[in-house]
Design a protein around this ligand. Structure first.
Ligand SMILES: [Zn+2]
Length: 231
């Protein structure tokens, strides 16, 4: 206990001071004692790790949490794909559950599979945007600068939603007899994303009214969606 006390020489103490004693909290090793701060104490106990390069592709303001979580696992190649199961010694088939024509790996499942290609092309077959067809390159692409912030946001939302829905379809085929054609999956993704974009437009509209800024000349998320992604 004595070692925890600050080393102040007795000569420096003003014993005649009649003001009441107060507790001081040492929030971290670097800061002088002061008022208690839960945030500073937490950061001192658990120093934040450096940001990874893909952070902005997964965790951005408009993300859909369950989609971002699956992408977070996929970016780190932590989804339990069949190539990983086999690398652990499990005797499982290596065949892709979506096409049945190639070995199931993360990159095949989300980009090289005929099923996935059909889903991707539904959003990017209009010639205005040409995303890469490799998982890691798309992770970088959605974090790169775009001509429009709204197009960039929609591309990031599409990327996360496609990964989420393809992974869900893959699991449904593994555990149930149900299968969905790629165009049905596309319809479901479109429905979810249009609802998300409508919500973003309402939020933007409300905040622009509150700040007395006009967004009359800025196309909405929904307008941008129908102009570039669902023509
Ligand atoms: Zn496949």
């Amino acid at each position: 206990m004595r070692n925890c006390l600050p080393s102040v020489p007795l000569s420096a103490l003003d014993v005649s001071d009649s003001s009441p004693d107060v507790f001081l909290w040492k929030n971290s090793h670097d800061l002088p004692p002061g008022n208690f701060s839960a945030a500073k104490t937490w950061k001192s106990l658990y120093p934040p790790l450096p940001l990874v390069s893909w952070h902005n592709s997964v965790w951005y303001k408009e993300h859909i949490p369950k989609h971002a979580f699956i992408l977070w696992l996929a970016v780190q190649n932590r989804l339990v794909t069949r190539d990983r199961l086999r690398s652990w010694g499990l005797n499982v088939s290596e065949v892709c559950l979506l096409c049945g024509a190639a070995a199931e790996t993360r990159d095949h499942l989300f980009f090289n599979c005929l099923y996935s290609e059909a889903v991707w092309s539904a959003f990017f077959n209009h010639g205005t945007l040409t995303p890469p067809s490799n998982f890691n390159e798309v992770v970088s692409w959605v974090a790169s600068p775009f001509t429009s912030v709204k197009i960039k946001t929609i591309c990031r939302l599409i990327f996360q939603a496609v990964v989420y829905f393809i992974w869900a379809e893959r699991n449904a085929r593994l555990h149930t007899p149900s299968t969905k054609a790629s165009h049905i999956l596309v319809k479901e993704i479109q429905l979810i994303l249009r609802a998300k974009l409508s919500g973003l437009d309402r939020t933007t509209h409300a905040s622009s009214h509150a700040s007395l800024l006009s967004t009359v000349h800025q196309p909405s998320f929904i307008y941008t969606w129908f102009e570039f992604f669902q023509i």
